[in-house]
Design a protein around this ligand. Structure first.
Ligand code: 13P
Length: 339
């Protein structure tokens, strides 16, 4: 079969599969390693990611693609095999984070705009040669007193659209990620309102830039209560509100929605996804592109020790399998306890 943007996007959301977000920047992976008392050296980062990509059962059955950071897409396993080849051998698609991070937005205190458009055409061509068939760009929208502003939403949506157009020109499927943060004390209804406004603007800009939706994957937040909100929306409420918000704003031509976990607990991220797929009745695949919710458990089990690799792989396999079941609406909380 010839590879097209559509066929790659469809493969990214193949039934029962989702994406492993292993694209932590140098700063973020250091934070994760600090939490398990592991020095963030190039070798440790390699060893850790190699153990994930060599978890054959998880990678072959439950993972459709892996988002990599620039260092990792160029890195070789201990035995000299490029890490990209390990991913491909497992039948998964290599992807690449191409944004340069969310930077303070001039004139808008407390808000950020994501950078990285300069030179992106050339970088995408290189990443294609290195094996990447999809990319990720993360915009960050924070909720607080008087924010987000329209200026912040518009600037981030415009950058996402320009990024997506450049990706498609390079035969790379763009993952469009406008993340409305769950860090504040806002209610789930406020999250709904801000996510609705953000997605409307993002899809307007994608249309303006002639981005082909059939070859685009959306990576959004779910509609959840802010972490510091005294009343927390339950699983059913999150599922219903998330579906309702997306029905208003996400065109049916988008093949798949892959959620970020955003700081939800491992089990919440799984339960929410499962509840949405149990409800069903929407035109897109709903799957995962989790970073923390797939990796927190294996990181803890590994703790930087070679002898813990099998335990870490077991933990990764378990979370991958739970989230795979959630994409089918077949997860049950009892499966967590029995593991
Ligand atoms: P989390 O699932 O940890 O939010 O990370 C996903 C991701 O790639 C954010 O850009």
């Amino acid at each position: 079969m010839t590879e097209t943007l559509e066929s790659i996007a469809q493969a990214m959301v193949a039934p029962g599969k989702g994406i492993l977000a292993a694209d932590e920047s140098s700063g973020t992976i250091k934070k994760r390693f600090d939490a398990i008392n592991v020095a963030s050296t190039e070798d440790n980062r390699r060893d850790y990611r190699e153990l994930l990509f060599r978890t054959d059962e998880a990678m072959q059955k439950y993972i459709s693609g892996v988002i990599l950071f620039d260092e990792t897409i160029r890195q070789k396993a201990k035995d000299g095999t490029p890490l990209v080849d390990l991913i491909k051998k497992a039948g998964a698609i290599p992807g690449i984070k191409v944004d340069a991070g969310a930077k303070p937005m001039a004139g808008f205190p407390g808000e950020t705009v994501t950078e990285g458009l300069d030179g992106l055409r050339e970088r995408l061509a290189e990443y294609y040669d290195l094996g990447a068939r999809f990319a990720k760009w993360r915009a960050v929208i924070d909720i607080g007193d008087g924010i987000p502003t329209n200026a912040c939403i518009e600037a981030n949506a415009e950058a996402l659209a320009r990024y997506a157009a450049l990706c498609q020109e390079a035969k790379i499927v763009p993952i469009v990620e406008p993340e409305v943060l769950m860090d504040g004390s806002h209610t789930a209804d406020r999250c709904f309102e801000v996510t609705e406004a953000t997605l409307r603007t993002v899809f307007n800009r994608l249309a303006l830039h002639n981005v082909k939706l059939e070859g685009t994957i959306l990576k959004p937040n779910m509609i959840v209560s802010g972490k510091k909100c005294p009343t927390q929306a339950g699983v059913e409420e999150v599922a219903e509100k998330t579906i309702a918000c997306f029905k208003r704003t996400v065109p049916a031509a988008i093949p798949g929605i892959v959620f970020l976990s955003g700081g939800q607990s491992d089990e919440d991220a799984t339960a929410h996804l499962d509840a949405m797929n149990k409800i069903g009745g929407f035109p897109w695949k709903m799957s995962f592109s989790y970073g923390r919710a797939l990796q927190a458990a294996p990181q803890k089990a590994w703790a930087g020790k070679a002898e813990n690799v099998p335990a870490a792989q077991k933990a990764f396999l378990h979370r991958a399998r739970m989230n795979s079941l959630a994409t089918l609406g077949e997860w049950q909380s009892s499966l967590e306890k029995s593991a």
